[in-house]
Design a protein around this ligand. Sequence first.
Ligand SMILES: Nc1ncnc2c1ncn2[C@@H]1O[C@H](COP(=O)(O)OP(=O)(O)OP(=O)(O)O)[C@@H](O)[C@H]1O
Ligand SMILES: [Mg+2]
Length: 282
Amino acid sequence: MNIQYEEKDIILQVENLSISYGEKVIIRDVNFIERNVVRKEINQGQVVAVLGRSGRGKSTLFRALTGLVKPSSGKVLIPDYSQAPSNGMQPAKEVEEGDVGFVDQKYTLFRHKTIYDSLTFALRKSGEKGSEKKEKVMKYLIEWGLEKVKDQYPNELSGGQRQRVAIIEQLLSSGHYMVLDEPFSGLDIGNIQNARQSFKLIENGHDLNTIIFSTHDIELATELADSIYVMGYPRLDDGSLGTVGTIVRHFDLKALGIAWRTEFTQDHLELVKEIKSAMLAS
Ligand SMILES: Nc1ncnc2c1ncn2[C@@H]1O[C@H](COP(=O)(O)OP(=O)(O)OP(=O)(O)O)[C@@H](O)[C@H]1O
Ligand SMILES: [Mg+2]
């Protein structure tokens, strides 16, 4: 049975985005829109996966989504919640560094702060009182199974624990958006399980929470995401393969009725096959 949902306001709009490093064009004409997904009686965030073969521009796209790299042309727009809605629509703004949480593969943490202190520091701009900050940080530490390591330093944590701290840090400092570049690479099967639970916690924490991640694990992407983009090189008019990355396919798992299932099914497997062939062709 298909799960009922509605799509509301735009939460991310990428418009004719191109990025060059010097003379070299890396990605071109990237266009997509993601909307706030609403389900009855459940906080339903958005989980978007970006797949594609190595070098097709996934990390480059992510740097643009987080405002770390300026577009050569085009725009990345997110809602501006600091402004009042007009005609029931939230005004949009171009993304700036700091608007969107970014966790790269290295999970960079402050070396000289304990986990507890790092997370409290992440709330420095929140305007909350000391006691409120403490309560919030403790709530995350408990929910994410990190209470016992709260007074340790990053180098005393495992990779999976560090990753969770890095994710919480971004959640606390940057609101609803979270971009994760290959969050599952280098994790063992148990860590992957933890990271999956982290995804669920974020996804169901707030309606507007939005995770955008890349991975080379196609099966996992079909299980976690409700929207999957494939980046690749497009076919040119003469039939040859291009050399500039763009989005070559989009799979809306909500519309396909595959999103939010609790187990891996035959439908997922079929989708994996289709994604693989789209990747191999681009
Ligand atoms: N700072 C840079 N200067 C010049 N070229 C770059 C720079 N960063 C990336 N590139 C090039 O841009 C292209 C896309 O790289 P990108 O890291 O975005 O790919 P990717 O899809 O994330 O690959 P992977 O799956 O291996 O992580 C590659 O050809 C890469 O060499
Ligand atoms: Mg990459």
